[in-house]
Design a protein around this ligand. Sequence first.
Ligand SMILES: Cc1ncc(COP(=O)(O)O)c(C=O)c1O
Length: 373
Amino acid sequence: MLQPGVPFFAFRDFPEGINREVEQALVQAAGGNQFILGEEVEAFEQELAKALQTGIAVGVGNGYDALVVALKAAGVGPGDEVIVPANTFIATVNAVVQAGAIPVLAEPDLLTCNLTAVMAAAAITERTKAILPVHLYGQACQMDAFVQLSGEHNLILIEDFAQAHGACYVGKQVGCFGNINATSFYPTKNLGALGDGGAVVTADPELAAFARMYRNYGQEQKYHNRIIGINSRLDTLQAAVLRVKLRHLPQLNQERQRLAQLYLEELQGIADLALPVTAPGSTHVYHIFHIRTRHRDTLQVWLAEQGIQTAVHYPVPVHLQEAYTYLGYRRGSFPVAEELADTSLSLPLFPGMTAAEQQAVISSIHTFFRHHG
Ligand SMILES: Cc1ncc(COP(=O)(O)O)c(C=O)c1O
C-alpha cells in the first residue's frame, strides 16, 4: 500500500496561530518605514540576549557571516590555527578560511557526533588561537571541558550554535560559554527567519562593539569608519519575524523533543540502527533527528519509494571535500567522521509534523529492517 508522502521538513502553523502573528509582525514592521537596522533589530537583539541570559547579541546577515564576525572580533587572522570538527556544515570551516586562518580538523565522538575537548586537545599546537565546537544536530557539546581547555591554553573559545538554539549544558544555554559565539536563523533552524539571518553573541562589550561596527562597514557612526568592515546587517523585517518566533522557541523545541522521544521509543533495538545519544549534562533540541545504519543508502531509497523524504548530514566530511584537499588530509585521516558520513541518515522531524506522518516513517523503517536485519 502506498503511504502518504512525508516531507523532510515543512513550515506548518505550529503552534497554531504563529503564522498569523508572523504576518502581522511583518505588516507592522513594513509600515514602520525603517528597513535597515532600527528598532526591530535592536529589540530582537535585546530579546535574544535576554532569552540566552547572556550579555549582548548583534544581528548579522546570516550564520556564515556571524562566524566570520566572531572570528574577526576575537582577533583570529593569518597564521592562526582554529580547531574545528571534521564533521560539520561547511560554513564553520569556510569562515575560518575567510578570516585568513588555518582550519585544523578534529574527530567527533561517534555516539554524540559532537567534538569533545579531549579530541580538540590532541589538535592543539603552538599556533592554535581558537577552538570552534559546533553543537551538531541540536545537541549541546560538553562545554565545561572546552571552557577548561581553552582557559588552560589561553585560547579563544567560539561556539557555533546554529543548530542548537535553546539547548543547554548543565542548565546553561549554548551560545553563552565561548568568548564570542555565532548562530544562524536559516529558515529551517529551530529559530528560523523567513530568509537569511544570523547573530553574534558575547558577554564582552568590546567584542560586541567590534561586531556591531564590523557588520556595518566598520562605522562607529555614519560615515566615520574605524575599521574596514563588511555589510552584514540583520534584515529589519527578519528581525520582526524572529521576535515572534523567539517567543515560541521553548514550545517549538518541546515539540521537536516530543517527536524525537517517540522515534527513540519506537525505533529502539532494530538491527544495527543507531539512535541519537545525548551526553550527560547536555540537552538536545533535535534540529536534526540523526540515525545511523550500514544500510543507509538502501534505507534512504526505500523510504523515498514510500514517499518519505530524508536527508544526509553530511555525505562528505570536511577533509574529503575537494575544496579542502590543500589541507593535506586524506581518506583514513578521520575514521569517525568518515564512518558518520557513510552511515548517517536524518529522518523527518519538524514542529507540526502529524502523528500519521511520524507513524508512516516508523512503520516503513520497521518493514525495511524485516528484510535487512
Ligand atoms: C552548524 C552550522 N554553522 C553555520 C551555518 C551557516 O548558517 P547560514 O546558512 O545562515 O549562513 C549553518 C547552517 O546553515 C550550520 O548548520
